[in-house]
Design a protein around this ligand. Structure first.
Ligand code: SPV
Ligand code: MG
Length: 429
């Protein structure tokens, strides 16, 4: 009996998969290498169903003899182990970002005289389209909420982009590179939500108003959201904030260890800002953890010691105290142009704690790439204000040009064409 290998994600099983498997079964005994959730993430194809659920379906298909995990996007490990006579795949990967894996398969098969069998891709079934359709249908509150923890489990480092209204949410939802790479989630920033409302970033926008913004964003997106909870307010109030956030499907709140009138961290010591005591802030974390109703919601503690020039030892002491108090993650903030103090913190924290997710907000130290943060053990990178900052210069320029020229002709090059805006949102026509 010849050995046949088929690699599958099988998130949505459709006739295309069956055609591949049927062909494979005609050739011999079929082993399916089912991509693990991590391997799917490597391909920027986050499955709706986890490995176990997908396995349950695939191993009960009549053309399948055996299912084994494929731990990486590359087939190498499994092919070397099995040395199949045939690998069967749809021919679509000749033309898309998966072609490098195809080339590797061809090279590997040469070693033992195996053969790649490609069958014409099912033109009637476009998996990408199916996923798009599903995105359009939206997502349930619970599924969105739990998505952040799920992503943290299957990816080393998440890229999170700021949103301040539904339109910026749509941009974050749909921005994709050729290799399918996209943002993992959204950040509701207190700075940009306040600024968009023309108010200072001093906790002047109440939770109801913040939740209104989020509701509008959630109506048109499916990605998980991390909420900037500022100081979290009074200990007695924080539990209610946690419950409200969970109710709408927010995945995590980040609260910073400041007290009194909060000012934006990037102002640093230029303004008066008071750091909370370790004891008090730990109690706030505990109160939040006790209040939460779902298992997946995360409370992340943000340390302001470097912002307020209190030193590395203070920052680290606080980090360990806050994780002891139950924090699900630590955000370390800095307003230095260079990343040295952030890297030092990450290294020293990771010497003692390999698991707790670490969050950074590289607004000032903006030369560092996500890959570099990943290598150093950072799990969440938040681009905290860039959608709003990108929108403002364009709007200001156009306002000035129209005023100056007493007509809009000169401003047109800086504006999105009307035709494009009418096509932007589905359902406009
Ligand atoms: C925000 O985006 O509101 C933040 C990050 O809290 S920072 O502005 O850098 O303080
Ligand atoms: Mg903020």
């Amino acid at each position: 009996m010849k050995k046949v290998y088929v690699s599958l994600i099988a998130d949505f099983l459709h006739a295309g998969h069956i055609r591949v498997l049927k062909k494979a079964a005609e050739l011999g005994e079929v082993t399916v290498g089912l991509l693990t959730d991590r391997a799917c993430a490597e391909l920027n194809d986050i499955p709706y169903l986890n490995y176990e659920k997908r396995k349950m379906v695939v191993e009960n298909l009549k053309f399948v003899d055996k299912v084994i995990p494929q731990n990486t996007a590359s087939y190498r490990e499994n092919l070397l182990k099995i040395k199949p006579d045939y690998v069967v795949h749809g021919d679509d990967w000749k033309y898309n970002y998966k072609r490098k894996y195809r080339e590797e398969v061809i090279e590997l098969l040469k070693q033992w005289g195996g053969e790649l069998v490609e069958i014409p891709y099912s033109k009637d079934i476009k998996e990408v389209k199916l996923k798009d359709e599903l995105t359009r249908l939206g997502i349930t509150t619970n599924m969105r909420l739990s998505r952040l923890r799920y992503l943290l489990n299957i990816k080393n480092t998440l890229k999170i982009m700021e949103v301040h209204n539904a339109l910026s949410g749509l941009i974050v939802e749909h921005t994709k590179l050729e290799d399918n790479d996209s943002f993992d989630g959204m950040w509701s920033s207190s700075l940009t939500d306040s600024t968009a409302k023309g108010k200072p970033d001093i906790e002047a926008i109440d939770l109801t108003a913040r939740l209104n913004t989020i509701n509008e964003i959630f109506e048109v997106t499916t990605k998980p959201l991390i909420f900037d909870g500022d100081t979290g307010g009074r200990i007695e109030h924080f539990p209610f904030t946690v419950k409200s956030l969970e109710r709408v499907g927010v995945s995590a709140v980040i609260i910073e260890d400041k007290t009194g009138l909060k000012k934006n961290s990037l102002l640093g010591t230029e303004v008066e800002q008071t750091q909370d005591s370790i004891e008090n802030f730990s109690n706030k974390i505990r109160a939040g953890k006790r209040a939460q109703i779902t298992e997946d919601f995360m409370i992340i503690a943000r340390i302001e010691s470097l912002i307020l020039e209190k030193g590395m030892t203070d920052a680290l002491d606080r980090a360990f105290a806050y994780t002891d108090a139950g924090a699900d993650g630590i955000m370390i903030h800095s307003r230095k142009k260079t990343p040295d103090e952030i890297f030092e913190f990450v290294q020293k924290f990771r010497e003692k704690d390999k698991i707790t997710p670490l969050v950074v907000v590289p607004t000032s130290f903006n030369s560092v790439t996500v890959d570099e943060f990943e290598k150093r053990g950072v799990n969440i990178v938040i681009y905290a204000n860039h959608m709003l900052r990108a929108a403002y210069p364009g709007m200001k320029k156009v306002a000035e040009l129209i005023l100056k020229h007493k007509r809009s002709l000169e401003a047109e090059p800086y504006c999105m064409p009307i035709k494009e805006i009418l096509n932007l949102i589905p359902g406009t026509r």
